[in-house]
Design a protein around this ligand. Structure first.
Ligand code: PLP
Length: 465
């Protein structure tokens, strides 16, 4: 592929192709169902450029990114320092993936993560994705404890590979793929009695949970939950696995969500924002004593490896991303920008009866909608809820169509609208969003009105989300 010229097959050529043609090719050779969904919700664009919290399409129109690549772009898209470090590496013709060596880059990142993560989590294993990171934790917990059962929280999400799916709770993901990994059992989130009942059977290898549930609609547990869960796990000999894949690296206004409650898990799962939105990466961080039970002797020195784990591009991107986060005080900024944004949404919420809750921490925010009291709106609400997931699209679609703001509906709780912008957003972006949100909420509370017409059209098309 000639990427330097605008000739055939060059990047200019690829990104300059009309959107209809791109979609046609994608539908023909990649995922035609997904292409159809993108079309139906009116998100059909080719994005050609990105910077910070903004995206640009082929027409030169600018979009505010409140999705952040699914919480990946915490330091902002195409951060110049991360980009330059990767260019420097490519120009160096360095040696990556030698495999039979101890990578100096992995060594540095391991040391850095050991210092950043709480307590005596001091040993790292690198992977390439969130799901893969979950897989490692499940294997590690079973081998370290030699116990069979793994507990997971209801509505939790840890990825879609087989092991991860077995500890993720939603029928849509699971249906047709059973039998899943045996021994995985669900406990209600934020319910310590239920957790203790299961742990007390003393056959549990691990309890895995997100500290704040993302896909479930930004569910924040009560303050005692995680510290007590950690204590109970210790008491009954199970490992606490905290999945910070989404919440980590400043998303919630602390380096890790665990820091809000002073919790020190036995295994912490990291991925997504770790490499600044550039390179797939994942890391399992644990205590040396847990690690040693899995990598028990020299024969087992590589009992879990993956070809690309610890590759140079991922390690460099991660090292520089962490440096940028420290130098630019991105964690502190996320806390204050998140507080301003949440306060602004709460003020709006008080004027709109369908907004039932605004919750989250830092820049991980969920806005929950609920059945209205007024009769007209109630009728509309009931109608659109005949199709699962449709209501949330009545917010995401106009935000994109009329205001060029990219957002998503929470994965499992479809009446929750979720915000996860890059953590570098400033007052301008907050104001831009609040202004647009007010307009969309105003339209939404007008029945009949154009947004309800949109809902009815979607319903008539019998779209099942
Ligand atoms: C909390 C959590 N765990 C695990 C995963 C899976 O990560 P990946 O999509 O990289 O496999 C996700 C992805 O959204 C996530 O949010």
């Amino acid at each position: 592929m000639d990427t330097t010229h605008s000739g055939h097959n060059g990047l200019d050529d690829i990104f300059g192709e009309p959107v209809a043609k791109v979609h046609q090719r994608y539908a023909a050779y990649v995922n035609h169902r997904f292409a159809r969904v993108i079309e139906l919700i009116g998100f059909k664009r080719v994005f050609t450029r990105a910077e910070g919290a903004w995206l640009w399409d082929q027409e030169g129109d600018r979009y505010l990114d409140f999705l952040g690549g699914y919480s990946v772009c915490n330091v902002g898209r195409n951060h110049p320092r991360v980009k330059q470090a990767l260019i420097d590496w490519l120009e160096r013709d360095g040696a990556s993936l030698v495999q039979m060596d101890c990578s100096p880059l992995a060594a540095r990142l391991g040391e850095e993560l050991a210092q950043l993560t709480p307590g005596d989590l001091n040993t790292c294993l690198f992977t390439n994705s969130g799901s893969e990171t979950t897989e490692v934790a499940l294997k590690m917990a079973r081998k370290a404890t030699r116990q069979p059962r793994i507990l997971y929280a209801d509505l939790g999400f840890h990825g879609l590979t087989y092991g991860a799916l077995a500890v993720s709770d939603h029928d849509m993901w699971r249906e047709g793929f059973e039998p899943l990994l045996p021994g995985c059992e669900k406990v209600p989130f934020d319910d310590l009695d239920a957790l203790e009942r299961e742990l007390a059977k003393r056959d549990v290898a691990a309890f895995i949970t997100e500290p704040i549930q993302g896909e479930a609609g930004v569910r924040v547990p009560s303050d005692s939950y995680l510290p007590e869960a950690a204590r109970l796990c210790r008491k009954y000999g199970a490992l606490l696995v905290v999945d910070e894949i989404q919440t980590g690296f400043g998303r919630t206004g602390r380096w890790f969500a665990c820091n809000h409650w002073g919790v020190e898990p036995d295994i912490m799962l990291l991925s997504k924002a770790l490499s600044g939105g550039y390179v797939p990466v994942g890391a399992v961080v644990t205590r040396r004593s847990v690690f040693d039970k899995m990598f028990e002797d020299l024969r087992h020195a590589a009992v879990h490896t993956t070809t690309f784990g610890g590759n140079a591009m991922a390690m460099i991107a991660a090292l520089v991303t962490i440096e940028v986060m420290k130098d630019e005080n991105i964690v502190e900024h996320a806390a204050s920008a998140g507080a301003t944004l949440m306060e602004g949404i709460r003020q709006l919420a008080s004027r709109f009866e369908m907004v039932k809750d605004v919750r989250g921490k830092g820049l991980m925010i969920g806005i929950e909608f609920g059945e209205p009291r007024s009769l007209r709106l109630k009728a509309g609400w009931k109608l659109v809820h005949r199709a699962e997931g449709l209501f949330g699209q009545m917010i995401a679609i106009p935000l994109m169509r009329d205001h060029r703001i990219l957002t998503q509906v929470a994965g499992h709780n479809l009446d929750v609208h979720k915000l996860a912008p890059p953590l570098i957003i400033g007052q301008d972006e907050v104001d831009y969003f609040l202004h647009a949100y007010q307009a969309v909420l105003t339209d939404l509370h007008r029945f009949p009105g154009p947004l309800w017409d949109l809902g009815m059209t979607l319903l008539k098309n019998s779209i099942s989300w």
